[in-house]
Design a protein around this ligand. Structure first.
Ligand code: NDP
Length: 248
C-alpha cells in the first residue's frame, strides 16, 4: 500500500519504540517523515534507517517537546524543509512512577509537561498549516492508564487522560477544515518503557489480557496508520484502544 504518497508525517518520540515503528510505517507507505526525538543520536539513527530503505525519506530533529520555544523553532524548520505537514503524531512520552503520597512535584511536572503540554506545543505550531490546506490528521498517543487509571501513575494517568480531553476539544475546533483529531490508547506494548518491569508484574498483566500476549509496537503503528489514512476521513474525536482487550 502507498497510502501516504506525497504526504509529510511528523512523529514525536520516534527515536525508539512505538514512535520508531510509526515512523517506519509511514515511510513504508510512501510518506516523508520528520523524525523527532529528545536526543539527536536516536532521531538520526531512525532517520538513517528509513533513508537506507528509500533515500531522502526522513529528516531528524532533536528537541525537548516540553520546551515551547524550541518546539516552535523545530516546527518552523520542518515546514521549511518539507513544504507541508499532513500528519502529526504526538507520541513522545515518559513515566516517573511512584505512589502519589511520595511523588515529588518535579515528577508530576516533568511527566505532565512532556506527555500533555508537549503535544499541545506541536499542535499549536502545526495546526495552522493543516487548516490552511484544508486537510490534516492529528493523532495523540494516550494510554489505557488514561482511561482506567493505574496505581503508582497519578502523573502519567492524568497526562494521558488530559490528552483524551485535548483530542476531543481540538477535534471540535478544527473539524470545519477537514482536519481530524483522534487518540490511540495502547495497553501493554513491549518497548524500553515496559521491559524493566519485574517478571511477576509482567505475568500478572498477562493473566488479565484476554488475547494472552503483550502487544508489539507494530500493532500500535497499524492503528495510527489507519486513523492517519484517507479511509478514516469520517472519524474524529475518538479513542482507539490497542490493548488485547485489557481495558474492556
Ligand atoms: P520509549 O520509552 O520506548 O520511547 C520514548 C520516546 O519518546 C523516545 O524516542 C524518547 O526520545 C522520546 N521522548 C521522551 N521524552 C521526550 C522529550 N521530552 N522530548 C522529545 N522526545 C522525548 O516509549 P514507548 O515507545 O514505549 O512509548 C511511546 C508512547 O506510547 C508514549 O507516549 C507512551 O506513554 C505510550 N504508551 C506506551 C505503552 C507501552 O506499553 N510501551 C503503553 C501505553 C502508552 P529518545 O529516544 O531520544 O530518548
Amino acid at each position: 500500500m502507498n497510502r501516504f504518497a506525497d504526504q509529510v508525517a511528523v512523529v514525536t518520540g520516534a527515536g525508539r519504540g512505538i514512535g520508531q515503528a510509526i515512523a517506519g510505517r509511514f515511510a513504508a507507505e510512501g510518506a516523508k517523515v520528520a523524525v523527532i526525538s529528545r536526543t539527536q543520536e536516536n532521531a538520526q539513527a531512525t532517520a538513517d534507517n528509513l533513508n537506507r530503505e528509500r533515500s531522502e525519506t526522513a529528516r531528524a530533529y532533536a528537541v525537548d517537546v516540553a520546551n515551547a520555544e524550541a518546539v516552535a523553532t523545530v516546527c518552523a524548520q520542518i515546514v521549511k524543509d518539507f513544504g507541508q505537514v499532513t500528519v502529526l503524531v504526538n507520541n513522545a512520552g515518559i513515566t516517573r512512577d511512584r505512589l502519589s503520597m511520595r511523588m515529588s512535584e518535579e515528577d508530576w511536572d516533568t511527566v505532565v509537561d512532556t506527555n500533555l503540554k508537549g503535544a499541545f506545543h506541536f499542535i499549536q505550531n502545526l495546526q495552522r498549516p493543516m487548516m490552511k490546506q484544508h486537510y490534516g490528521r492529528i493523532i495523540n498517543i494516550t494510554s489505557i492508564s488514561g482511561l482506567v487509571g493505574q496505581a503508582g501513575q497519578v502523573n502519567y494517568s492524568a497526562s494521558k487522560a488530559g490528552l483524551i480531553g485535548l483530542t476531543k476539544a481540538l477535534a471540535k475546533e478544527v473539524a470545519g477544515r477537514q482536519v481530524t483529531v483522534n487518540a490511540v490508547a495502547p495497553g501493554f506494548i513491549t518497548t524500553d518503557m515496559t521491559k524493566e518491569l519485574p517478571e511477576a508484574v509482567r505475568q500478572q498483566m498477562l493473566d488479565h489480557i484476554p488475547l494472552r500476549s503483550f502487544g508489539e509496537a507494530a500493532d500500535v503503528a497499524s492503528a495510527v496508520a489507519f486513523l492517519a489514512s484517507k479511509e478514516a476521513k469520517y472519524i474524529t474525536g475518538q479513542v482507539l484502544t490497542v490493548d488485547g482487550g485489557l481495558a474492556m
